[in-house]
Ligand binder design. Sequence first.
Ligand code: PGA
Length: 243
Amino acid sequence: MAAMRIVTVADDGTLARVAADLICAVVGAKPDAVLGLPTGATPVATYRELERRSAAGKTDVSRAMVYAIDEFAGVSPATPGTNHMFYRAHLRLPVRALHVPDAVAPEPEAHIADFAEAVRQAGGFDLCVLGIGTNGHIAFNEPGSARDSRARVVDLAETSRQAHAAAFGGIERVPRQGMTLGVADLLEARAIAVLATGAGKAEIVRRAIDGPMTAAVPASWLQAHGDCTWLLDAAAARTLRPR
Ligand code: PGA
């Protein structure tokens, strides 16, 4: 049974607290929870809030396992702009383990398939948090990604490369390929939360939630999930149909 919850809050500060509440609730109920956590500008405030709560002893994440959901391919992980570097900068939580695909894996196709298998072997995601790209991507599942797509190497959309240009120090430095968990891998999570803020996301959020399920908008596949919560600020939610 598909079930989609839409939680709209006033602003991104509130969103960070509500998202942290959700993550803390999962870890509170299951201290050794397996979490998928995204990169991007959107979750940074959420991670800061989690860090504060952890430091204050309000949540114990020490047994939780975190897996990244994607990574660039073909660059050293230490390159500014990689997801590896993002987590180092923004996810400073004392979790049991943080696993990120190896950006310089010699066989990226096999590496990301093994990575997805490792998530399954760990018990699968209790909660997978996602962002949404302005083109509707989830993780690096760019438009055209089928509902049954699995972990794989993908060509990155130009919009995605542009979004990372500043972090890499110029568009020409942004890798052309990435490794990603597939749509089907993400849909296996027991619960999913999607974070989106700002007017720039309003149109794609509307298409993902209110439009048809289609590979043209990979985030629309989340409509098929049984426990998916969209956490939106007012600006990102403003074109949703009234409900
Ligand atoms: P953003 O990225 O949070 O930087 O907007 C979202 C995404 O591409 O998943």
